[in-house]
Design a protein around this ligand. Structure first.
Ligand code: GDP
Ligand code: MG
Length: 605
């Protein structure tokens, strides 16, 4: 395949606008997959959690062959994930493309992520092919959405394709547009080998599998290659294209996208954004990527402390396939040995937890998520805090701390105008600043508005998204990007049982939320902590101030005493339960607390 018959492209869209469906249709139209074979499963969404949640977590790449006027063209599709948490993956996969299909649902119109992915693609200088999807639906309003596309992106409505990825209508035009509108990659086979590493995965038998885009030269089996980043050397043991699964070939030529296996054992050696070259012929490395930045941290502990080794092993294996998770060991007096994990966002965290449960049968306790706060000391030393336990107890002028800062994001919400008031209210209660709005379109019955503001990330990672959806009847779409750090009035809240702090429950919260959060948590603790033989005060404290308190009354020695007559089985169960949890009791001062209580505390909202 010479360069001029190659097209490298991505599909970018707001979640649910039909990316995976269109990807499947393209593979079908080009005969890459069989219509009958695939059932109704989307081919490119491989993980169980992806199918269940209908989101694409990991970018998948597939090649297809498109015959046009007697020539066979090689199309390389790079699938990108469709969620705000994964913007980093979108950006890295686009670097291997020359063009992108911007897919917009003709019933929904332009949404928050349509805008963010458009900007990422634009920044990378890609040719953008606008495509309106779902025109088979009665609610589709292609003219109006084409007008939105024009006003938002400055795209001529005549350039907008109209398709149904579901029925296949117009998909042939998409293939033609990929061929005629997107330019072929510029790469020369006489140049020294230069390959761009844009994704990697791990295979138990072959080690690290890397996805490459060949920027120059030809790569063959047996070639000796080296990494610009680590200087480590490897030998290519297998290479090929994703068609749509791995199909070995004899070489990867300039402009092509494909996979290689080399003797790379650790997935930490495969640096996304790295440039590979032939041993002995150095090349100028491609501009790399910003590394993935964890935005949300949480502690992960086994429910049964004896399972730590198994849990850590499972986490290690999972991170081999998801390199964007940061892992550190930590320990807690309350929960024992555990790991502190850093995620790109809360969905990413949920997905990871679910994979841990699905694929490794792990039963885990996850502490309340926290964002990376910054503590600036008076000598200007700055420390990033990813665990509330490490946060200074008091932040006032008397101590060594000058100020604390929290990460903020610049948020975009798109919503029908009748929900604007609700959305503004929601943002205000989540400490929004610099709120602004403008109309996306003015025609039609229900005009839509773009609302922008600066929000603290800590407000976004709790249940902001759920509230946004419910208060807009599901109509609002939301996206955000990193906007640095801002000084903030934050404090550490700790919880005391019988006067003893429980480290695993510490939180960092904004001053305005102290009362509400303190009371809510104390109530929750009161509900789940088993009664003891004596009275136990449960307190929330910030520094020396007690914010809230409940008292757990004493229980009589006989656990069955509280159960009124006749319920023999229930009594028996109670006794058995007591015996069971004895094993896992933890002492806090003199309070017995089963590990399961933490599970209950931390898994209920
Ligand atoms: P993604 O999140 O962008 O990958 O979206 P999916 O491809 O998973 O599609 C989201 C939903 O829209 C699925 O239920 C699809 O079956 C449906 N869908 C996708 N394309 C069309 C279309 O052209 N017409 C109709 N009626 N439904 C579609
Ligand atoms: Mg999808």
């Amino acid at each position: 395949y010479p360069c001029d018959v190659i097209r490298n492209f991505s599909i970018i869209a707001h979640i649910d606008h039909g990316k995976s469906t269109l990807a499947d249709r393209l593979l079908e139209f080009t005969g890459t997959i069989d219509k009958k074979e695939k059932g109704n499963q989307q081919v490119l969404d491989k993980l169980k959690v992806e199918r269940e949640r209908g989101i694409t977590v990991k970018a998948q790449t597939a090649s297809m062959i498109y015959p046009y006027k007697g020539t066979k063209y090689l199309f390389n599709l790079i699938d990108t994930p469709g969620h705000v948490d994964f913007a980093w993956e979108v950006s890295r996969s686009l670097a291997a493309c020359q063009g992108a299909l911007l897919l917009v649902d003709a019933t929904q119109g332009v949404q928050a992520q349509s805008i963010s992915v458009f900007h990422i693609a634009k920044e990378r200088g890609l040719t953008i092919i606008p495509v309106l999807n779902k025109i088979d639906m009665p609610a589709a309003d292609p003219e109006r959405v084409a007008a939105q596309i024009q006003s938002t992106f400055g795209i001529d409505p005549n350039d907008v394709l109209q398709i149904s990825a579901k029925t296949g209508k117009g998909v042939d035009k998409v293939l033609e547009a990929i061929l005629t509108r997107i330019s072929p990659p510029k790469a020369n086979e006489d140049d020294p080998l230069k390959a761009f590493l844009f994704d990697s995965s791990y295979d138990r038998y072959r080690g690290v599998i890397s996805l490459l885009s060949i920027q120059g030269g030809v790569l063959r089996k047996g070639d000796k290659i080296a990494s610009c980043h680590t200087r480590k050397k490897y030998e290519v043991t297998e290479l090929g294209i994703m068609y749509p699964e791995e199909v070995p070939t004899t070489s990867l030529r300039p402009g092509q996208v494909g996979y290689i296996a080399c003797n790379m054992k650790e997935s930490s050696e495969a640096h996304i954004g790295d440039t590979l070259h032939r041993v002995g012929s150095a090349v100028e490395p491609m501009p790399g990527f910003k590394p993935a930045k964890a935005m949300v941290y949480a502690g992960v502990y086994p429910v049964d402390s004896n399972d730590f080794v198994k849990l850590e092993e499972s986490i290690k294996r999972l991170t081999l396939t998801d390199r964007s998770v940061e892992v550190m060991r930590e320990s807690s007096t309350a929960l024992g040995q555990g790991c502190r994990l850093g995620f790109l966002g809360t969905l990413h965290m949920d997905v990871f937890r679910q994979r841990l449960e699905d694929e490794y049968n792990a039963n885990v306790i996850i502490t309340a998520p926290t964002v990376p706060f910054k503590v600036v000391y008076k000598d200007n030393k700055t420390v990033i805090i990813s665990n509330p336990v490490d946060f200074p107890d008091t932040v006032d002028s008397s101590g060594r701390v000058k100020e604390v800062q929290e990460p903020v994001v610049s948020a975009t919400i798109i919503v029908p105008e009748e929900y604007l008031g609700e959305m503004m209210d929601l943002c205000y209660t989540h400490r929004a600043e610099e709120m602004d709005h403008r109309y996306l379109d003015t025609s039609g019955t229900s005009a839509r508005v773009i609302l922008t503001c600066i929000l603290p990330l800590s407000e976004v990672v709790t249940n902001f998204f759920d509230k946004l959806k419910s208060r807009s009847s599901g109509f609002a779409s939301f996206d955000y990007e990193d906007a640095g750090y801002r000084p903030s009035k934050l404090s550490k809240m700790i919880f005391l049982l019988n006067g003893k702090p429980v480290d695993a429950l510490a939180l960092i919260i904004h001053r305005s939320a102290e009362q509400e959060v303190g009371r809510a948590w104390v109530k929750k603790l009161h509900k789940v902590i088993p009664r003891q033989l004596f009275e136990v005060p449960i307190q929330a404290a910030v520094g020396k101030r007690i914010i809230a308190r409940e008292t757990l009354s004493a229980m009589r020695a006989d656990v069955t005493a509280g159960l009124y007559g006749g319920h023999y089985e229930r009594k028996l169960k109670h006794l058995v339960n007591q015996k069971e949890s004895k094993k896992r009791m933890k002492k806090f001062g003199n309070v017995d607390l089963p590990q399961e209580a933490f599970y209950d505390i931390l898994s209920t909202k």
